[in-house]
Design a protein around this ligand. Structure first.
Ligand code: BGC
Ligand code: CA
Length: 346
């Protein structure tokens, strides 16, 4: 497109403002290095978040280095130290261990000592720890919301399919696959999914509940265990705290001839995240539904917050693109994913 003189004038003015900004001590985009740690690369959901972090930083023109903490907190502690030594201007941390509050506190102290902003992502640190540093912020979700939507998926199904109450006792006999022990997302998704089933007007009976650490292989193992201990014919629903574990459970069900297309041999399974393999499973009819855990928004918001703070700018709606609560919390909403809308996410 041809440039009009007016555009030229605007960009000249823009350049002037930009130079004044730089002279005032602000950091140029290309000088911003953000160091990020992901609790482990081998996590399907976090892979999506990471991909979006990288593409967001490309748009912003800064530099992003992402380290794999390999599910080991000491490894992560070392990576944060290394980023600081390297001259990173902001940190993003997806904690390996969000349960022990001392862990987040010690990383925050490292950031404070270097006067660096620190953005915690996806695994929420203790509120008191968050409060203790004005350059700490958190990007994540309200886990109770995903729990509620998870439970509603089961409620909606049972309302539309009376035969899903296989023993006809009016109760939902379910098994639960929980995420990492003691983690907010796992605790609240478990609690609120059960509450939603009850709020939906159903009595519930928990046949079994185990942690499978957000992991597909462990989900399959635990499901095999449930089948052996409580019996396949008694299970009326499988509620998993995330999609990876739900897909593990589906693999175990398939091995028993279930969820392969025969309506008489179908057990509804639900998860959270709306990962690509989960959406595929919905297309195949093996997964009943999921909850969109918005990897794109979480990745983008974390990078934008870190980038703005690295340049000494405020973390607010203007710089991050999302509402900021109490000056430090960026909450990304969830969405129910059903047969009606899942194709839009693929
Ligand atoms: C996701 C899980 C993921 C976990 C990592 C959760 O929000 O639902 O799939 O494993 O975050 O912390
Ligand atoms: Ca029943």
């Amino acid at each position: 497109m041809k440039m009009k003189w007016r555009d030229g004038l605007f960009s000249a003015a823009g350049l002037l403002v930009f130079c004044a900004f730089c002279a005032a001590g602000a950091t140029m985009a290309s000088d911003v290095l953000v160091g990020a740690c992901i609790y482990k690369f081998d996590d399907t959901f976090m892979k999506g978040v990471r991909r979006n972090m990288v593409s967001e930083m490309k748009k912003l023109g800064g530099e992003l280095e992402v380290a794999d903490s390999q599910n080991q907190q000491p490894v992560q502690d070392g990576q944060v130290g290394a980023f600081i030594n390297k001259g990173a201007k902001a940190l993003i941390v997806n904690l390996v261990n969000p349960v022990d509050r001392a862990v987040a506190a010690s990383l925050l102290e490292k950031a404070r000592a270097a006067n660096l902003p620190i953005v915690f992502l996806n695994r929420e640190p203790d509120a008191e720890v968050m409060k203790s540093y004005d350059k700490a912020c958190y990007v994540g979700t309200h886990a109770e919301e995903s729990g509620r939507l998870l439970g509603e998926l089961i409620v909606d199904y049972f309302k539309g399919h009376p035969e899903a109450d296989r023993n006809g006792d009016g109760k939902i006999q379910y098994v639960m696959l929980r995420g990492g022990e003691g983690q907010q997302d796992a605790i609240l998704r478990t609690e609120f999914s059960v509450k939603a089933m009850k709020d939906g007007g159903f009595e519930v009976e928990e046949l079994a509940s185990e942690t499978a650490n957000w992991d597909k292989a462990q989900g399959a193992e635990r499901m095999k265990g449930f089948i052996a201990s409580v019996g396949l014919d008694r299970i009326e629903a499988v509620v998993a705290n995330n999609d990876s574990m739900a897909l593990g459970a589906i693999a175990a069900l398939k091995a028993e001839g279930y969820n392969l297309g025969d309506a008489a041999k179908y057990i509804p399974v639900v998860g959270v995240d709306a990962t690509a393999p989960a959406l595929e499973a919905m297309g195949q009819g093996t997964l009943l539904g999921t909850v969109l855990n918005d990897a794109r928004s979480q990745g983008a918001a974390a990078v934008r917050a870190a980038f703005a703070a690295a340049q000494g700018r405020a973390i607010d709606k203007e710089t991050v693109g999302y509402e900021v609560t109490d000056g430090k919390y960026i909450w990304i909403p969830y969405m129910k994913v059903t047969t009606e809308n899942f194709k839009r996410l693929m």
